[in-house]
Write a protein that binds this ligand. Structure first.
Ligand code: G6P
Length: 368
């Protein structure tokens, strides 16, 4: 085990640091910004059919479901296909209306999650074509889907998903362009988006340099038992994932919210010194999220802001400012998630917990 861990203390830390390399593998041979081409080997036999799909249904559990929520934004924006995201465990017990032309996509790191497998069977019975976005090659879900795209991020040992989650988001961004390229996306738009995607591993490398800052923030706040994570748009799911990471490994209660929803209830929780992580990377919602930060600050909350272009307003509103590299706004979850992983990891360590063996959790849940 020690040899495998190399210079790292835990698999979670090792896998967080591996992410630039993992995502290079995910993108390798698939994306070429120069020619504006995407090659997804697993879908080659499927290519003709793809243009017939009219809507997309994504499903998964845990972090895979969060990746699906990000995928929803990407597919609606880039492929202009109405997209729905479901928890596998819920999908199965409702009456999922699978209309003709539905492309269902199962998202799973392990490829063995019982709820996702059961949902796959349910939507298939109802006539959907099912693709898989899976890491574990040859796993049950990979075998049972009609076709799919592997993550290729390598085995993930840490119970709390890190590199697989980013791998899922990366595959979904490729898939969104892949589905959109025959429709309205121009060659230039594709080429620009893909070159931004190719730069993500490097941006994550830079983001990893924030580890000591995240460690400091974690130690400062890990005594607080309630945290909020706020984001808007495509970074609302980033907030959900950040909160889940913290819960999984540090047992601190955290809630992720679309920032504007805070005023409809959760704002009552904010008291002096409550840590509130706000993802405020630049996009159309930036000014709005500044007002949400103001709401937190004026009630005594301590804002931890994840930004990619700091300005005087941020400095005024947040005592803790974490600056990540700028990216194409739709790709910002890939970078903004990294400091949140580091925050959860160090919060757990500061509480003396074993991040690789969090209580009550299993890497893959094979019971329904
Ligand atoms: C478990 C893991 C989570 C994971 C979820 C879905 O609960 O602890 O980290 O996100 O299962 O797993 P899957 O293998 O289907 O992605």
């Amino acid at each position: 085990e020690r040899i495998e861990l190399g210079r790292f203390e835990h698999y979670m830390q090792k896998e967080i640091h591996e992410q630039p390399e993992s995502l290079r593998m995910t993108l390798s041979g698939r994306v070429d910004s120069r020619t504006a081409n995407i090659t997804l080997g697993g879908l080659t036999n499927f290519e003709r059919q793809l243009s017939h799909f009219k809507r997309v249904l994504l499903f998964g559990c845990g972090s895979a479901w969060h990746a699906g929520l990000i995928g929803e934004y990407l597919i609606e924006e880039l492929a202009e296909l109405p997209t729905e995201v479901q928890y596998s465990s819920e999908l199965r017990y409702r009456n999922p209306l699978i209309e003709e032309g539905t492309l269902a996509i199962a998202i799973s790191q392990s490829g063995e999650t019982a709820d996702t497998l059961a949902a796959l069977h349910e939507v298939r019975t109802r006539g959907a074509t099912v693709l898989g976005i899976v890491n574990n090659v040859g796993s049950t879900i990979a075998r049972e889907t009609d076709a799919g795209v592997y993550l290729h991020v390598g085995p993930e040992i840490g119970v709390a998903s890190t590199k697989a989650f980013l791998g899922q988001v990366t595959v979904l961004s490729m898939l969104a362009v892949y589905l959109g390229r025959r429709k309205h996306l121009s060659r230039d738009t594709i080429s620009t988006f893909l070159s931004e995607l190719e730069r993500i591993p490097e941006a994550i490398e830079q983001t990893l340099l924030l580890e000591s800052q995240m460690r400091e923030i974690a130690y400062k706040f890990s005594g607080r038992q309630n945290w909020l994570y706020l984001g808007r748009g495509i970074n609302y799911p980033t907030a959900l994932e950040g909160a889940l990471k913290l819960k999984e490994v540090s047992y601190i209660h955290a809630e992720g919210l679309p920032a504007a929803e805070m005023k409809h209830g959760p704002i009552a929780m904010i008291d002096e010194g409550m840590p509130v992580v706000v993802i405020a990377t630049r996009d159309v919602t930036y000014q709005k999220i500044l007002s949400n930060m103001e709401e937190v600050r004026s009630r005594g909350g301590e804002v931890i802001a994840i930004v990619n272009q700091p300005d005087a307003q941020i400095e005024r509103l947040a005592k803790n400012v974490v600056v990540v590299p700028r990216t194409q706004p739709m790709l910002s979850p890939l970078v903004a998630s990294v400091p949140l992983q580091l925050l959860a990891y160090h919060a757990a360590l500061s509480r003396g917990l074993d991040v690789d063996k969090p209580r009550n959790l299993a890497k893959s849940v094979t019971v329904e």
